[in-house]
Design a protein around this ligand. Structure first.
Ligand SMILES: [Zn+2]
Length: 456
């Protein structure tokens, strides 16, 4: 009996070792193929150069929908389709202008960018005295008597000591998203918000903002970090200076756009769906290369890598190009709503929306037992220097799948440089490195392959 047990253990060990060897071989094949094939990178180039400015509702966004639909349609996938979704349509208008006007120091033009969904200043622009604050508590302390008729300048920097730059971003983002509503409540004439970036540069970094329906809407812009530093410096010695800015942004009625979806049907459990996605829309000052053309193209590349390796997944693998992550997150909401209506079984979901720098690993949210097994996949990735496997994952677009108890995961690349690009004119195709981008594609494909194969 003892011998039989020993023999079984031995066999089990051998099969586990063989299995591990097989997985290592498959992963190497994924990386080899990704690092030698230009398809995904060239598709990213096309998206960046021909569908730049693809903010939700725009003709460029419609072109991006058509392009990614055609790309997947030409891949011999089992199913490719567009899922209609109603989206807001905000128009930036003419190029923004701004300047600091000081009797003491002179006149200095500074780079600004209208915040998404902001009203414009009107043809003549807005000129007013400036009051600098760093948070809403300061704003409230100043009160209406110090704020009314002025431009409120929110100048809180992203915390440079935080290694998690996404955490630093989250810690400073309220001045951009809510600043105009908060300042408007005290009668401010407009808002200038410091760009959310860790770099000192001349790019204004835009992003969405929201009004409060009960308070009158005032125009809001992001100012480059160099511009913000200069404005703050001059204000210290000339509190009477004026700030001028002109924006012509406005909103049109909602339009129909689409999530674009391609899938490989599962062989054993076709009804179980694994979603891998990024968002197709992007802010207009840049090309949406890191945010998030890269995540879209990496998601499509996962399907191509499976095909190229001749892997038939057990479950259905879907690449999803979500629409409208940046403004109102309608694509993610509609995807989950349709999943609910069709009673779909969402087995696992991954979002790639943190740029295309060197892969570090994955953040995962799943029940403890499943989480432990998924975290144990780290061993396969260590030879590639991909070692971040930690609890806590998800994303704006896949977030609504949480209602189905679907485990959610974030692809996590290196993050120290990501906010150099984020939402700015600096987010161009040239800033994406082929090898880093494709290491990411291979890492995501390997991760999904292992989750499917081992029923994790
Ligand atoms: Zn994004």
């Amino acid at each position: 009996m003892k011998q039989i047990i020993l023999g079984t253990i031995l066999l089990l060990n051998i099969s586990l070792t063989l299995n591990a060897q097989e997985e290592d071989k498959m992963m190497k094949a994924f990386f080899d193929e990704a690092l030698t094939d230009q398809t995904a990178f060239e598709n990213l180039r096309y998206l960046c150069k021909n569908c730049n400015g693809r903010i939700t509702g725009s003709s460029q966004a419609a072109a991006a929908v058509e392009f990614t639909f055609q790309v997947m349609n030409n891949m011999n996938l089992d199913k490719v389709y567009k899922q209609p979704v109603q989206v807001p349509y905000w128009i930036r208008g003419e190029e923004e202008t701004a300047s600091i006007q000081s009797c003491k120091f002179g006149f200095k033009a500074v780079p600004v960018s209208a915040l998404g969904m902001s009203v414009g200043t009107g043809e003549d622009g807005l000129s007013a005295k400036v009051i600098e604050v760093h948070n809403f508590a300061e704003l409230e302390k100043l009160g209406r008597e110090n704020i009314e008729g002025k431009i409120v300048f929110f100048n809180r920097a992203m915390d440079p000591t935080m290694l998690n730059t996404f955490g630093a971003y989250g810690g400073a983002a309220d001045q951009r998203t809510e600043g105009a509503a908060r300042a408007g409540a005290f009668g401010a004439a407009g808002v200038v918000a410091r760009s959310l970036t860790t770099s000192q540069d001349n790019f204004p970094h835009t992003g969405v903002m929201r009004y409060n329906d009960t308070i009158s809407k005032i125009p809001a812009v992001a100012i480059s970090t160099n511009g913000a530093n200069l404005l703050s410096k001059w204000l210290k010695n000339d509190s009477e200076l004026n700030f001028f800015f002109r924006t012509t942004s406005y909103e049109l009625p909602e339009v129909t756009s689409y999530n674009v979806i391609g899938e490989i049907k599962g062989s054993e459990f076709p009804d179980q769906i694994i979603t891998v996605g990024g968002h197709l829309d992007s802010w207009e000052p840049g090309e949406g290369a890191h945010d998030d053309g890269a995540g879209c193209m990496q998601s499509i590349e996962v399907l191509r890598l499976f095909q190229k390796m001749g892997i038939q997944p057990k479950r259905t693998i879907r690449a999803v190009m979500f629409m409208d992550e940046e403004v109102a997150q309608r694509g993610g909401d509609e995807y989950a709503r349709q999943a609910g209506l069709k009673n779909e079984n969402h087995y696992f979901a991954l979002e790639a929306d943190r740029g295309a720098l060197m892969p570090k690993g994955f953040g995962i949210s799943a029940p403890d037992e499943r989480l432990e097994k998924i975290l144990a996949l780290k061993k396969y990735f260590e030879p590639y220097g991909i070692t971040y496997f930690k609890k806590g994952g998800g994303g704006v677009d896949i977030g609504p799948l949480k209602q189905f108890q679907t485990p959610l995961s974030s692809y996590i690349p290196e993050m120290q440089r990501y906010f150099d690009f984020h939402h700015s004119g600096n987010d161009t195709f040239e800033q994406v490195n082929f090898r880093e981008f494709q290491m990411g594609s291979a890492a995501i494909a390997s991760f999904i392959y292992l989750i499917d194969k081992h029923d994790l």
